[in-house]
Design a protein around this ligand. Structure first.
Ligand code: PLP
Length: 489
């Protein structure tokens, strides 16, 4: 018997049962077992191990197997059925209210089906590369040329050349008061969303986040201890934010408002008037504006994307973007954020951001090395979003196909590559949208994400990613129509 293992396990078992050494001594006395204080303290300190009789007594009273106590077995039998094993490793309770269904249970079920050889059509994730959207050649060439120069860490905010290129992009988008020092690169926008929420939110601080949202925002705010307060985006009004709802939800703990423009999952693009109203509300209530603009180059119908920060020089704004979508390099992991406007009022917060940025050392350096080329070289994405281009034509196709399905209505998106159709819940008797997604998956092998995955409270929506080729989309829409021709929950 290994003394150290025995001592460790004895202490663990005592802790679990909340037994102190005196409790063991007293019980032993009651049962006529010769087990004194000095014995126990020697066991606990790993000096000696018990003889057979005492070992049996300890195992019984602590509700564990002798073999487990002595280290001969790792199998811990709980005394009472259903009692938790001491060896399970539990996740932090900080994750209890965190939701991220874009890679959640329905997706897990799809993975299981794939393992058994079923082919699944994935309309669930905005990952362009698997659908034949390849990275521009120039970007690949430039990265390969610079790879050997990217072996070390960069400064924590990122390479000067990358940040300078982003700064120039900020100038083109008329974002005011931005120097190279106000730009931080990240391993995707994802890392920076997390960083910004962690640096800002104390327990119970509130942040306004759209519903539906890109769920990482809510997840990161919650994980940081904050309270995500969802404001409604109104389907009847092109999915624009409902200003009255925003105003109603502001309290003295509200620190910031998040907008996602262009929007995932609705594909909405906010016009100037809508942005102006949000700026006005932020101004009146001293809110930070976080604007996630990762789809700003995927805008259709001749519309122009406006950076909200360009309209708020007197407020503190953080604008997020990156290359994952516009340059089809989601796997390279490169995004950035731009601090702008009134940075004076945010000095302390910026110190927090700097601290967290330093702690992660830096973002992926090879990916930073292509920012300049990507932002200022040939923009292949422009060909995708005009008539004849893949994203444009696929949107037209899916929009027309969906709106022709009885029981579905849908707002035509202006940007990005998502649609957020509405289901007639009465017609299909739908009460659980996750079940709807699961049933569709099982019957038609099509993977979509239910509206609840985007913090949408009613069970009446789902998101479709229209990245696959037209032929594939045609097949998918036919199957969804067929499924809904008989589906009832
Ligand atoms: C609105 C939005 N923000 C951020 C991200 C994350 O992007 P990244 O690849 O830069 O981490 C996504 C990804 O789908 C997104 O849709």
């Amino acid at each position: 018997m290994d003394k150290d293992i025995f001592a460790y396990r004895l202490k663990e078992a005592m802790k679990k049962k909340r037994y102190k050494q005196v409790d063991l001594v007293r019980t032993a006395q009651e049962e006529g077992i010769k087990l004194g204080k000095s014995h126990i303290s020697q066991y606990v300190s790993g000096k000696t191990v018990p003889r057979a009789e005492n070992l049996l007594f300890l195992a019984n009273i602590l509700g564990v197997e002798e073999a487990w106590l002595t280290g001969e077995s790792n199998q811990l039998q709980a005394e009472n059925a259903g009692e938790e094993s001491m060896e399970t490793i539990k996740k932090s309770s900080k994750l209890d209210n965190v939701l991220y269904d874009v890679r959640g249970p329905v997706v897990e079920e799809a993975a299981k089906m794939e393992e058994t050889g079923t082919r699944i059509l994935k309309l669930n994730i905005g990952n362009p590369a698997p659908f034949g959207f390849s990275t521009p050649d120039e970007v690949i060439y430039d990265m390969s040329k610079q790879l050997t120069d990217c072996e070390g860490y960069s400064t924590s905010k990122g390479l000067f050349s990358a940040r300078k290129a982003i700064m120039q992009y900020a100038q083109i988008k008329k974002i005011p008061n931005v120097s190279v020092e106000d730009i931080y690169t990240g391993n995707g926008v994802s890392e920076l969303i997390n960083l910004c929420m962690s640096a800002l939110l104390d327990d119970g601080d509130e942040i306004l986040i759209p519903s539906p949202d890109y769920p990482l925002w809510t997840a990161c705010a919650t994980l940081a201890g904050g309270k995500a307060v969802h404001y409604i985006c109104d389907e009847q009004a092109n999915w624009y934010p409902d200003m009255d709802d925003i105003k109603k939800k502001i309290t003295n703990r509200t620190k910031a408002i998040v907008i996602i423009n262009p929007n995932n999952p609705t594909g909405a693009l906010y016009p100037k008037e809508v942005l102006q109203e949000i700026v006005n509300i932020a101004r009146e209530n001293h809110l930070i504006i976080f604007s996630d603009e990762i789809y700003d180059r995927l805008v259709m119908d001749g519309e122009e994307h406006i950076a909200i920060a360009s309209m708020a020089p007197d407020l503190f704004c953080v604008t997020f973007s990156g290359l994952s979508k516009s340059h089809m390099v989601a796997g390279y992991r490169i995004g950035w954020m731009i601090l702008s406007g009134n940075k004076e009022i945010a000095k302390d917060y910026i110190q927090g951001i700097d601290m967290l940025s330093n702690m992660r050392l830096c973002s992926n350096v090879p990916a930073q090395s292509i920012v300049q080329t990507a932002l200022w070289g040939n923009q292949s994405v422009e060909n995708y979003v005009v008539p004849g281009g893949r994203v444009y034509e696929q949107r037209e196709y899916v929009y027309n196909a969906l709106k022709d399905i009885p029981g579905i209505s849908v707002v035509k998106p202006k940007a990005a590559f998502y649609m957020f159709p509405k289901l007639d819940t009465k017609k299909f008797n739908i009460v659980d949208d996750e079940k709807f997604a699961l049933d569709l998956l099982k019957e038609k092998k099509i993977l979509i994400i239910h509206g609840g995955g985007f913090n949408w409270k009613e069970p009446d929506h789902f998101r479709v990613v229209y990245l696959p080729e037209l032929g594939v989309l045609d097949d998918a829409m036919g199957k969804i129509a067929d499924f809904l021709s008989h589906y009832k929950q």
